[in-house]
Design a protein around this ligand. Structure first.
Ligand code: ADP
Length: 733
């Protein structure tokens, strides 16, 4: 689900904001207006309060003026008149300030009246004051009664004014209350709108958070999906690799077996074609898988000791024939200064060189392909190696030269049709060089040839490399009487046949299980020396079956996974399910032999079957290189006395057997040789002297057909030497 803010929602939000903003502005303006009016009202109220105060003073003054006037009339004391004059000017100014306030019609009229009356009163006072200048003259009673009347009139006018003012104040107070109410309402409106706006903001905020959460959730989902699809891709790669390599394994393996049989000329030719196509197809599959691994960053490098000169010279064998077929020269020049052993990944170096030489031969129709391997520099125990692959082939057009390292890029559209290929090779080579921190360059001229230059630095290995590249010889496991039985869990019928043929060739008995469940049942009910477990099978896969063998059956039988999965971590996965080792398909006969040899030699399965625990001495010797007493122990069921007797017997018997063979050789007595060799096979089988089985078998076979005595002597010498060594060891018991 995609979360998007629809346009109309955005519009609503914007409009709501504009409206709330305008409303708040309007309300604020209105409130302000009412507050202004309220403040105006308050000012008026204050003014009317001030007038009342002034009027009180004014009235007092009028009274005081009357009193001064009267007192003067009565006493004729001029000081009263002096007081009167002072009060008069005060009263005038009060009258002026009253006039400033009283501007309402009614009030103005009353004020006019008040002014007139005051004037009258003051005039009256003036007359008195003038008379005061004439000593002995008094105002008389008439004047007093008129003054009193004016004062009463002034008082009543003042009362009227006060009444008017009170009325006006009541109106003002009422108005103020109204204004206060309205202003309160607007304030409430403002608060409500404020709250609404806040709510809207909160709503938008929450909505935003919600949207963000949803987006985050979507993002997490997408990330998970991407991870899952990466895993699926990896799984798909693994499965594809398995599914394609399994039949390829059968095709290539059977071609190998078929090659060993008698074939007529055309059959050999067809077989060759099958082998070529098979290995080509395997190359393409490997290219694609390698490329995917590089792209996914899953390609891991090894760092093991290896010999560059040996690796390079093996290329001669690999390509010599091919170059001959095309009638071109193939030359390898190796610098003598190259260190004998370095640490690095020989498989990847081989892959790089094989790819480049393959191309050079493929794109060269006449002339030569020259591979040069030089030591450029050696510093701090690091050797900078330069490999040059030069050909006199078709070359690369200058405008294409920079693109050849791009994936799926070929020189021109004709290339696939004429020369085949996928256009992935050079891209893989470049990646392989770069992940080893190396460099690759190219110089080429169309029609003249190309030169690829690879530069990689390797750490020098200063240890002896005598043990490097030692090849193992294929022997048979077990004896005629006591064969090892291997359970082969494999669903593919052709692979079953192929593997069992190879296993039988190693002298092993083979039992087959078509799926993991059958394998589990068989392990429960039988005592196998080893299990070869295909990991991908119907009903129950090899991982689950191995896990159950360990957990439910509690068996320690060595389990070797056979898998065409070539992904990194596959071995670790197999081990995590309790498997002991891993062999990748398609495997070579020698690889299978070596891996089985590792486990049948150590006899873990046989040790398990012993009833009594062994003494330390026997344990140590039972795993000695030449002697393997496990079978004897099994037979003895832990009876050490019996074992000792058997060893003594063997020590007595063997020298005489060897002596007898020696005698028979001298006498050219093939029958005796054959009989003793056969008999010895049984006894050496008991003693676990496996290295003797092969020469004894050969001797027996040679004697059977009366073959050359010289060949028999060669085998006899080996039998003699190994038995003497073994006897030395056995005597130590
Ligand atoms: P492929 O060989 O499968 O086509 P590569 O990636 O190995 O793919 O090579 C890409 C292209 O580079 C080839 O198609 C070819 O055109 C060109 N090329 C590579 N090596 C040589 C060579 N030695 N001589 C001429 N052209 C070459």
């Amino acid at each position: 689900m995609k979360v998007v803010l629809k346009n109309y929602t955005k519009l609503i939000i914007i409009i709501s904001f504009i409206i709330s903003f305008c409303l708040i502005l309007f309300i604020a303006y209105q409130s302000n207006d009412y507050i202004n009016q309220l403040s105006e009202n308050n000012k008026k109220l204050y003014a009317s309060y001030k007038i009342s105060e002034t009027m009180k003073l004014f009235r007092n003054n009028i009274d005081t003026l009357g009193r001064y006037q009267r007192d003067y009339s009565i006493t004729g004391d001029k000081t009263f008149m002096e007081h009167y004059i002072r009060k008069e000017s005060e009263t005038n100014s009060q009258l002026d300030s009253l006039g400033a306030y009283l501007n309402d019609n009614q009030e103005a009229m009353l004020f006019g009246k008040l002014k007139d009356l005051t004037f009258k009163k003051l005039m009256e006072g003036k007359v008195v004051s003038q008379k005061a200048n004439i000593p002995g003259m008094s105002q008389g009673n008439n004047g007093a009664s008129e003054g009193k009347q004016i004062i009463e009139e002034i008082n009543s006018t003042l009362v009227e004014i006060v009444n008017e003012l009170t009325k006006a104040s009541v109106v003002l107070i009422k108005r103020s209350n109204e204004l206060l109410d309205v202003s309160k309402k607007w304030t409430y409106g403002e608060i409500i709108i404020g709250i609404l706006a806040s709510l809207l903001a909160i709503f938008i905020l929450f909505r935003d958070i919600n949207i963000r959460n949803k987006l985050e959730k979507e993002l997490r989902g997408a990330k998970k999906q991407a991870e899952e699809s990466a895993m699926l891709k990896e799984q798909f790669m693994a499965n594809m690799s398995h599914e394609i390599r399994t039949p390829m394994n059968a095709i290539i393996g059977f071609s190998g077996l078929l090659e060993k049989t008698k074939l007529d000329e055309s059959q050999s030719e067809y077989l060759l074609a099958i082998k070529h196509s098979g290995s080509n197809l395997l190359n393409i599959i490997n290219d694609i898988l390698d490329f995917s691994k590089i792209e996914a960053g899953m390609l891991h490098l090894e760092k093991i000791p290896f010999s560059i000169p040996n690796l390079v010279s093996s290329l001669k064998l690999m390509f010599g024939e091919k170059a001959k077929e095309k009638n071109i020269q193939f030359e390898i020049v190796t610098d003598s200064k190259i260190p004998q052993s370095v640490y690095g990944d020989p498989t990847r170096l081989t892959q790089i060189l094989v790819n480049l030489i393959n191309n050079a031969i493929k794109f060269t129709n006449k002339g030569k392909v020259k591979v040069t391997c030089e030591l450029n520099d050696i510093k701090n125990n690091e050797a900078r190696m330069v490999f040059r692959i030069k050909d006199t082939g078709i070359g690369i057009p200058s405008d294409k030269i920079n693109d050849v390292f791009e994936r799926f890029n070929q020189g021109n559209s004709e290339t696939t049709r004429k020369y085949g290929g996928t256009g992935l090779g050079l891209s893989i080579v470049k990646n392989l060089v770069e992940i080893q921190h190396g460099k690759i360059g190219i110089t080429s001229k169309e029609g003249e040839g190309s030169e690829f230059i690879v530069e990689i630095t390797y750490q020098v290995n200063n240890e002896s490399i005598s043990s490097l590249n030692q090849k193992k010889e294929i022997n048979v496991f077990g004896t005629e009487q006591n064969k090892f039985t291997v359970l082969l869990a494999e669903d593919n019928v052709m692979n079953q046949k192929l593997a069992s043929t190879i296993l039988k060739g190693f002298g092993l008995e083979v039992d087959i299980a078509e799926n993991g469940l059958i394998a589990l049942e068989k392990v429960k009910n039988n005592n196998y020396s080893l299990v070869l477990m295909d990991v991908q099978m119907p009903v129950m896969d090899g991982y689950t079956a191995s896990g159950k063998i360990r957990e439910e059956v509690k068996s320690n039988v060595p389990i070797i996974a056979m898998t065409a999965h070539t992904m990194p971590g596959e071995k670790e996965k197999c081990v995590s399910f309790g498997m002991n080792d891993y062999i990748s398909k398609p495997f070579k006969e020698i690889e299978l032999y070596n891996i089985i040899d590792k486990y049948l030699k150590s006899d873990t399965s046989l040790e398990d079957s012993l009833e009594k625990p062994l003494t330390e001495e026997f344990k140590i010797n039972s795993t000695s290189k030449e002697i393997n007493l496990a079978e004897l122990y099994e037979l003895a069921k832990g009876d050490e006395e019996f074992i000792k007797e058997m060893i003594e017997l063997f020590l007595e018997q063997s020298p005489s057997d060897i002596q007898e063979i020696g005698k028979a050789i001298k006498e050219n007595d093939f029958d005796t040789i054959r009989a003793i060799a056969h008999r010895m096979k049984t006894s050496v089988g008991f003693m676990g002297l496996r290295p003797l089985l092969k020469p004894l078998s050969k001797m027996e076979a040679l004697a059977e057909v009366n073959d050359s005595m010289d060949k028999i002597i060669v085998e006899f010498m080996e039998v003699k030497q190994v038995s003497e060594n073994a006897m030395e060891q056995l005597k130590k018991y």
